[in-house]
Design a protein around this ligand. Structure first.
Ligand SMILES: Cc1cc2nc3c(=O)[nH]c(=O)nc-3n(C[C@H](O)[C@H](O)[C@H](O)COP(=O)(O)O)c2cc1C
Length: 184
């Protein structure tokens, strides 16, 4: 039985509602233990639909949204690989700048600095996000820090806002393949 733990960080984008069935459960089937942390907005979205509780039942671990109290121990085991997926433009920008104003960002910003485990990021962004003047510098900063960025047409072709083809699914299996390849 593998003890490899995937730290899955979810932010508030399209497709977030599918992370249990498309990412968490398939990762568990591939032999990972999965510990999920959500941004505050992502947490409210999944709490609203009941998915947060279903993720906790599937993983056997609490979903982290709020920071722990100083007297509390971390509820998650040590992480062997981080996957930020889906990563909003907002979360990518904050990660690149080292802003850690929520539990999800705190966890990954620290991991970027520690440099001991692979970090894979799948930005789910549109053409407008990418035209922001700071975007390319954000990606360059993350690449420079050794973050594995899953970008480009093979992962997610860019569309103008609200123009992605209806029903287009995210490349979940390719994302998990990238996690495995980054984890060596
Ligand atoms: C229904 C809905 C879908 C959204 N989809 C995306 C998306 O695909 N990509 C993105 O970068 N932002 C998207 N947003 C905007 C983000 O939710 C917003 O920027 C939020 O502040 C991100 O917060 P977080 O990064 O802390 O999760 C969406 C917002 C809504 C309401």
């Amino acid at each position: 039985m593998s003890t490899h733990t995937l730290g899955l960080i979810g932010s508030a984008t399209d497709g977030l509602e599918n992370i249990r069935t498309a990412l968490v459960e398939p990762a568990i089937e591939r032999g990972w233990q999965v510990a999920v942390t959500l941004t505050p907005t992502a947490g409210t979205w999944l709490e609203d639909t009941g998915e947060l509780a279903r993720i906790e039942a599937a993983t056997g671990l609490p979903c982290r949204v709020a920071p722990r109290m100083p007297r509390e121990a971390s509820p998650h085991p040590p992480i062997d690989c981080f996957l930020v997926c889906p990563a909003s433009a907002n979360t990518v920008a904050k990660l690149a700048l080292g802003l850690a104003d929520n539990q999800a960002l705190t966890t990954v910003c620290e991991a970027i600095g520690v440099q001991s485990v692979p970090i894979v990021v799948f930005p789910l962004v549109n053409a407008a996000h990418v035209r922001h003047p700071a975007w390319n510098a954000h990606l360059a900063a993350l690449r420079e820090a050794g973050v594995h960025l899953l970008t480009g047409d093979e992962y997610w072709p860019l569309h103008e806002p609200r123009s992605a083809p209806a029903g287009k699914d995210l490349p979940w299996d390719k994302i998990l393949d990238a996690v495995e390849s980054a984890s060596g």
